[in-house]
Design a protein around this ligand. Structure first.
Ligand code: THU
Length: 139
């Protein structure tokens, strides 16, 4: 699996962003352990609170289809109509959702401006000293 392919899928998913309130468009592409790509975009709501981030859209799509093993996620975000000139890091809620299903030391988070310009981190780096499933149940 090429990182470039995952970033390209995130850029494509961003085109579906429903963000009439913030006008900030985010796309995510989640790589499953067996090599499948599941995409997501941010989906806003007039009541604001029900807004779902792109990363969680991708995770919830995957989990709802019975997929629970993941290798990486690529994320792109920028204001509507603008080039992607910033790295869009996942919000705290999305990091915690990743923590539910991913191994912190192994799961890779790729924030990208383009297929050539990106940064790769682990979930452990972005969510250190975290709280997860093993804290509340035997795994
Ligand atoms: N957003 C995401 O999709 N992912 C993040 O990690 C941060 C924020 C979305 C939510 C909202 O629709 C817009 O970006 C502005 O916050």
């Amino acid at each position: 699996m090429q990182i470039k392919e995952l970033i390209a899928a995130a850029i494509e998913a961003r085109r579906n962003s429903y963000s009439p309130y913030s006008h900030y468009q985010v796309g995510a592409a989640l790589l499953t352990a067996d090599g499948k790509i599941i995409t997501g975009c941010n989906i806003e709501n007039a009541a604001y609170g029900p807004t779902n981030c792109a990363e969680r859209t991708a995770f919830f799509k995957a989990v709802s289809e019975g997929i629970r093993n993941f290798a990486a996620i690529a994320i792109v975000g920028s204001p509507e109509g603008e080039a992607i000139t910033q790295f869009a890091y996942p919000c705290g809620v999305c990091r915690q959702v990743m923590r539910e299903f991913c191994e912190p030391e192994n799961f890779q988070i790729i924030v990208a401006k383009s297929e050539e310009d990106y940064r790769v981190m682990t979930l452990a780096e972005l969510l250190p000293e975290s709280f997860g499933p093993e804290n509340v149940m035997e795994i």
